[in-house]
Every structure is written in C-alpha cells, then in structure tokens.
Design a binder for this molecule. Structure first.
Ligand SMILES: [Zn+2]
Length: 269
C-alpha cells in the first residue's frame, strides 16, 4: 500500500500521508500540488498566494484567521508557538506547537518539508529543511525541542517527508559539496551520500548529494524509529507537473505549501 494519497476538489489538489491520517481526529495536514494554479509565493506571475490560501482553507475546512506563515530564510530558527504570543516569525524555518487551531504553513520549491507529529502528546512541528537547513540540522533541532520542551518521546514522533528535489537531480559544485563533507564526515563515511557525475557547469565539476538520506539518518540519531519515518519518495524535478520546482521554473518559480494544524474538539471549548 502506498504511503500517500492525493485528494482532489474542484479548486485544489493536495497530498496526505496515510500515517498521519490515522490521527485525523486530532490533526489536519496537507501538502499542496501546483495544479489549478495553486502557488504560495507572493508576487509570482499567474499565481496569487491569497487565492491559493483561500482554496486550501476551504478544502481543509480551516478558518483563514488560523493561518500562521513564517518568513522563511533557510535558517535553523524554530518558533515555538505558545500562548504568550510574543513569538517572532521573522527568519523562521520551522514552527512547533501544541496549541489547537494554529494552522502552521511553510512553503517549498524543491526544499524538503518535514511534517512531524507526536500523537501521544499532541505536538506538531512543521519544518523547512532545504540543503542549508539540512546542513544546520534543523530536523534534529525540532526533535530536540519536542523532547525537551514538550516531553515528547522520540520513538513516538512521526516524521513525514514531502516531495523535494532528490539525489538524481540535486547537482552541486565543489563549494556546496565541501560544506556537506565538513558537516557530515561520519555519515558520509558509512553511507552513499555524495556521488560523482560526468556533468560540469561554469563553476566546474558537479556532484549529486542525497539530502533526504541525511535527514533520515539525523532523525534516527535522535531516536526516531524506522516505521515512523515516512517518505513521499517524490522528486519535484521529476514531477514538475505536480509540484513547483525552483530549478525547473527558474526566476518566476512558485512554491507549494505544507499545512499542519491540531484540531480543537467541541468538548475542549
Ligand atoms: Zn528527480
């Protein structure tokens, strides 16, 4: 059985993970497709982010006022959204919360979405882990915060990997390759992370890097278990008809969105 399903309405398509749907009493989640002119990057031609947010909220039956979208900058800053209300969303690439009716939204164009959920303690983490976020180990930092600040046990945490640029298409030059070599010496020694290619560009020789595998290994180092790490196995470049891809779309690139929200039950009100 596949790990994902794709839902369609007349206005929007979105992907969901079967593992997270087991908890749909408590959790709303989605990763959007680009069909129906859905795109969440502001200012892009032929797409309007506002309309895309509207369509997503209607499809998921979410009040638009619940949306929380940080100003992502490929950092490892994670906002812990709590009742104090003083959280800054500037330069933030992940949101953790145990509050209901906080619809966390992050946007992606080839970068990797990590949708984390602890069904036991009811905590969500919506994380943007592009190659820079990967080198900064933002996924591990999210798990660490879930453990220390929300008493989560790592073996309870589910982490779903969204569509992203995958190894075959993630070509880099020596500058980026060296960053990975320095940051992940041990992981690279034991795993097939960096591969030579016959390609080169104006900056020289090109290599492939498996950023998805690094993210999986980093999560396992934190204590997540194999069966709770669910990969969509979708490459945004191979599937550029379904997902936005910065490398495919060029300067006018658009972005997909991941949304996670804990539901408020009637008896909680
Ligand atoms: Zn691909």
């Amino acid at each position: 059985m596949s790990d994902i399903i794709i839902n369609k309405t007349d206005d929007i398509e979105y992907l969901q993970f079967n593992k997270l749907l087991e908890f749909q009493e408590d959790l709303v989640h989605a990763y959007t497709l680009k069909t129906h002119r859905i795109g969440f990057r502001r200012g892009g031609r032929n797409y309007t982010a506002d309309e895309s947010y509207n369509k997503l909220c209607i499809a998921l039956e979410i009040n638009k006022a619940y949306l929380v979208h940080p100003d992502q900058q490929h950092t490892d800053n994670i906002c812990e959204y709590n009742e104090e209300g003083s959280m800054s969303l500037a330069k933030v690439d992940g949101i953790i919360t145990d509050l209901t009716n906080i619809a966390t939204v992050l946007t992606f164009s080839d970068c990797l979405a990590l949708l984390m959920y602890d069904p036991k303690n009811k905590v969500i983490a919506n994380i943007h882990s592009g190659w820079r976020g990967t080198t900064k180990k933002i996924g591990q930092k999210a798990v660490y915060k879930m453990i220390t600040d929300y008493n989560c046990r790592p073996e309870n945490i589910i982490c779903c990997f969204g569509p992203s640029i995958r190894k075959d298409h993630f070509l880099v030059n020596d500058d980026v390759k060296e960053i990975f070599e320095n940051d992940f010496k041990d992981i690279i020694k034991e795993n097939n992370i960096i591969e030579d290619t016959e390609y080169s560009n104006e900056k020289g020789k090109q290599y492939r890097i498996d950023t998805v595998l690094i993210n999986k290994i980093l999560l396992k180092e934190m204590g997540l278990i194999d069966e709770n790490i669910i990969d969509s196995n979708l490459c945004t470049v191979c599937n550029s008809g379904m997902f936005h891809s910065r490398r495919t779309e060029g300067i006018e690139y658009q972005a997909d969105a991941s949304l996670m929200m804990l539901k408020k039950h009637k008896e909680d009100i």
